[in-house]
Design a protein around this ligand. Structure first.
Ligand code: SAH
Length: 251
């Protein structure tokens, strides 16, 4: 009889191996096959050196996941790798959707990871101390109008906002428009931070106000964290005040 295959959607964290969760590490070690986008697999280095590896380009997600499912059905232990968390703009949902109309769907086991927002927030200080929203500015799978509608709603709601996929080489108009939207809703002195390569080699932070933000420099390995009306810069760190009465106490 054929072995029972298993399939895992594994979030590997932001890239540094010290931020790879122990559970994810265990599953990667156990896997027969590791499937993912090449640069993410490269981040795993020696950990997957003796494994069968399936990698395709950035937009080969559907084919990659189909082949992963086929291998699991054939009895292999398969790890489908996403950066950060697999359920946040990652492969977990796609794998679940692909099994939707199967008579005997495989159980997709989802292993959580540290998402870019967590790693970037830690690098900047504590900007996510109160309610926040995560938005992707990519219009690849979401129509542009929908992206803009959500930006408006979040800007108005005074939620701290984390922007994923903020600006690509070809998509240059949207981010300046989004920043303007936040300036209109919250004012140009609103605190904003960016982190490039959060939680991995080459991490670089910038902190300032919306008026000062170097929009041109923002790229696809960066997240932008826009503060709310209570976000401050304290000792050069980004902090969203939650409401503790700290200054009164000091008196
Ligand atoms: N599943 C991933 C997100 C994938 S979307 C996660 O949970 O983190 C891809 C976007 O995430 C990138 O364009 C970038 O905006 C952001 N991102 C992912 N890893 C990052 C990192 N280490 N540093 C900064 N931004 C990152």
């Amino acid at each position: 009889m054929m072995n029972q295959g298993r399939i895992f959607a594994v979030g590997i964290g932001p890239g540094g191996l010290d931020l790879l969760a122990p559970q994810a590490r265990k599953i990667l070690q156990r896997a027969d096959v590791v499937v993912g986008y090449r640069p993410y697999l490269d981040l795993l280095g020696d950990l997957i050196i003796d494994k069968e590896v399936v990698s395709t380009g950035m937009r080969g997600e559907v084919a990659r996941c189909q082949s992963a499912i086929a291998k699991a059905r054939h009895g292999l232990v398969v790890a489908v790798v996403s950066s950060g968390d697999a359920g946040i703009y990652g492969m977990a949902g796609l794998l679940l959707e692909l099994e939707e109309n199967e008579e005997k769907p495989l159980t997709i086991e989802v292993v959580p990871g540290i998402t870019a927002a967590n790693a970037a927030a830690a690098a900047l200080g504590a900007p996510l101390m109160n309610d926040f929203a995560v938005l992707s500015l990519s219009d690849w799978l979401t129509p542009l109008e929908e992206v803009k509608r959500r930006v408006k709603a979040v800007a108005k709601a005074d939620l701290v906002c984390v922007l994923y996929n903020p600006q690509s080489r070809s998509r240059r108009d949207l981010l300046p428009e989004v920043i303007n939207e936040f300036v209109s809703a919250r004012g140009k002195s609103t605190v904003v931070g960016t982190v490039r390569n959060a939680g991995r080699k080459g991490e670089k932070c910038w902190l300032g106000t919306l008026a000062e933000l170097p929009v041109e420099d923002v790229d696809m390995v960066t997240v932008v964290l826009i503060g709310n009306s209570r976000t401050a810069i304290i000792n050069n760190r980004m902090v969203t005040r939650r409401g503790y009465r700290v200054t009164e106490r000091k008196k």
